[in-house]
Structures are given as structure tokens and as C-alpha cells.
Design a protein around this ligand. Structure first.
Ligand code: DQA
Length: 144
């Protein structure tokens, strides 16, 4: 059974409470449940983790080597700042899908650049929680 790691970065633990007009009403738990359900429907297994800490994300990305078949990452604000996350992602030879609930390219200029995008097989943005379902489906498609 294929295994997917879903990583969520800073402040995404506050989903539901955090600017719902931008990020939607769903909680992190809702988003994670959607990932589990979608993966199950495709006979894949998902593990979901969230942290507010850049170094922890780097550790988890490194650990994914040789264990997971695909990675879904919403690095949140670190998307726009973290060379360390970019470098860690370059260590992986599995499909990486970058997800954002909002569309950062349509927001403030400081959100327009992504350090994740150059290493991502696909970017899914602006689709709210549904973007995670699309990301699991995209991994399934890339692996089959
Ligand atoms: C986000 C977009 C980022 O710009 C922002 O810093 C986030 C969430 C999104 O999912 O829309 O924290 O990654």
C-alpha cells in the first residue's frame, strides 16, 4: 500500500478560527479527515502532521526519504521564506504536491514567491480544503 505524508506548517493548527473568509470554515482535523478518506478510496495510506516550527518541518521532510511514496506540503508562511525547506525537499525523489487553501499569487506581493514550487510536481491553490483531496488524487495519478 502506497504511503503519503501530509505536512502542514505554521498557524494551520488554527484553521477554522483563523481568517475563515480567506482559509474557509474547516478545521485542521476536517482537512486531515478529508486526506484519510480520499487516500482510503484509492487504497493508499496517509499520515498527517502539523508544526509551527521550520526545523521540525525540515526534520520530517528528511525522514520521509525511503519511507513515503509521496509528499503533500502546505508550508504556509515558510513557503515564501524558507530556503531550508526548499533544500530539504530537493533531497526527495518522490512526487511533491504543494497545497494552499488560498491562492497566494492573488494576495499580497510578499506571498507571490514560493520556495516549494520549483520542487513541486503540482501546485494546488485557491481551492480551500478541497485542495487537499485534489492533492491526494494527484499523488495517486502520479504514482499509477
Ligand atoms: C497558505 C498561504 C500562505 O501565504 C499563508 O502564510 C498561510 C496559508 C494557504 O494555505 O493559503 O499560512 O499557505
Amino acid at each position: 500500500m502506497k504511503k503519503i505524508l501530509v505536512l502542514n506548517g505554521p498557524n494551520l493548527n488554527m484553521l477554522g478560527l483563523r481568517e475563515p473568509e480567506i482559509y474557509g470554515p474547516e478545521t485542521l482535523r476536517d482537512v486531515e479527515d478529508l486526506c484519510y478518506e480520499t487516500a482510503m478510496g484509492h487504497n493508499m495510506r496517509v499520515e498527517c502532521r502539523q508544526t509551527n516550527h521550520e526545523g521540525v518541518l525540515v526534520d520530517w521532510i528528511q525522514e520521509a526519504r525511503g519511507i513515503y511514496d509521496g509528499l503533500i506540503i502546505n508550508a504556509a508562511a515558510f513557503t515564501h521564506t524558507s530556503v531550508a525547506i526548499h533544500d530539504a525537499l530537493r533531497l526527495l525523489d518522490i512526487p511533491i504536491i504543494e497545497v494552499h487553501l488560498s491562492d497566494p499569487k492573488k494576495r499580497e506581493e510578499f506571498r507571490h514567491f514560493s520556495y516549494v514550487e520549483p520542487v513541486a510536481a503540482r501546485v494546488i491553490a485557491g481551492q480551500g480544503a478541497k485542495g487537499y483531496k485534489l492533492a491526494v488524487e494527484a499523488i495517486n495519478e502520479l504514482l499509477s
